[in-house]
Design a protein around this ligand. Structure first.
Ligand SMILES: Cc1cc2nc3c(=O)[nH]c(=O)nc-3n(C[C@H](O)[C@H](O)[C@H](O)COP(=O)(O)O)c2cc1C
Length: 260
């Protein structure tokens, strides 16, 4: 009987391991475009939720039809032409970490704990018969454990909240994770970010709000057992609706809307 090569089982295992890893790597690469399509669809869903335009009987593309995706310069508040920055390929959060499209924030500026801020931001305009009915803005900031990402939809007055959708975070489920709770998000509707003198007036109560009258227009319930996450939400709203965030753009839009 011929002698069996003692290394044969080892070679078999090696070949099997190689074939399996090639299959896994191939599947990961092959699935990437599909994952990207699903990520974009999911983001659109959250933008629609924020604007109160989500309707499960319609396709995402159908619901998204009246929404224009534009790029703005945060510092000037002006729109940026598509040939300068294409919204279809622009990665906003990554751009903050590049030298040409981002900058470091000073400790004093950085109330949302972002470390760096991008030069340009994407914004979504809900159009009806040529007029802008709503503007949906992407915001983010640190909670207790993680960076929280959300969309905030504003009415044409650029102060009244039409809705909010927190779509990504790493806060604790049942505590800070309640930022995903639709009932809490619904309680943001019709609250006003700015006072009559254009100062940020939005506040978050500790637990349920007991404010009445004018104060109730600006106060949102805090998440019970999650004061630190709520504080993070408060900070991110203060940052993004302040001078280093969307305030210049909000001023531009208010002028545009008042000119008809
Ligand atoms: C395991 C663990 C996870 C927690 N996760 C959160 C959280 O995601 N967000 C938060 O604000 N507080 C969280 N807390 C609670 C905070 O430490 C803190 O007690 C809380 O924010 C205080 O809120 P309260 O004043 O409403 O009770 C967590 C606590 C523990 C022990």
């Amino acid at each position: 009987m011929a002698d069996e090569n003692p290394l044969k089982p080892f070679y078999s295992v090696l070949i099997l391991a190689f074939v399996c890893s090639a299959l896994v790597a191939g599947a990961a690469v092959g699935l990437r475009p599909m994952q990207e399509i699903n990520r974009i669809l999911d983001q659109k869903k959250h933008i629609l939720y924020a604007a109160g335009l989500f309707d499960s009987s319609k396709s995402i593309e159908e619901m998204f039809a009246p929404i224009q995706t534009r790029i703005i310069d945060l510092a000037t508040g002006h729109f940026v032409p598509k040939d300068v920055i294409d919204p279809a390929t622009f990665n906003q959060t990554k751009s903050a970490f590049t030298t040409e499209l981002g900058r470091s924030l000073t400790t004093e500026e950085d109330i949302a704990k972002l470390k760096r801020l991008e030069k340009y931001s994407v914004v979504y305009l809900v159009k009806k018969n040529g007029t802008t009915e709503q503007v949906i803005l992407p915001v983010r900031g640190k909670g207790l454990w993680s960076t929280m990402y959300a969309y905030v939809a504003l009415a044409a007055d650029m102060s009244t909240i039409k809705g909010v959708s927190f779509y990504e975070h790493g806060e604790t489920p049942g505590l800070g994770g309640e930022i995903e709770n639709k009932r809490w998000q619904d309680s943001w509707r019709e609250k006003r970010i700015y006072s009559d003198t254009d100062k940020i007036a939005l506040t978050f109560a500790k637990g349920d709000s007991s404010a009445s009258g004018e104060a109730a227009l600006h106060e949102i319930d805090g998440l019970s057992g999650a004061t630190l996450t709520t504080k993070g939400v408060d900070n991110l709203m203060e940052f993004w609706f302040g001078d280093h965030g969307f305030k210049p753009f909000i001023t531009t839009m208010k002028k545009e809307n008042s000119n008809g």
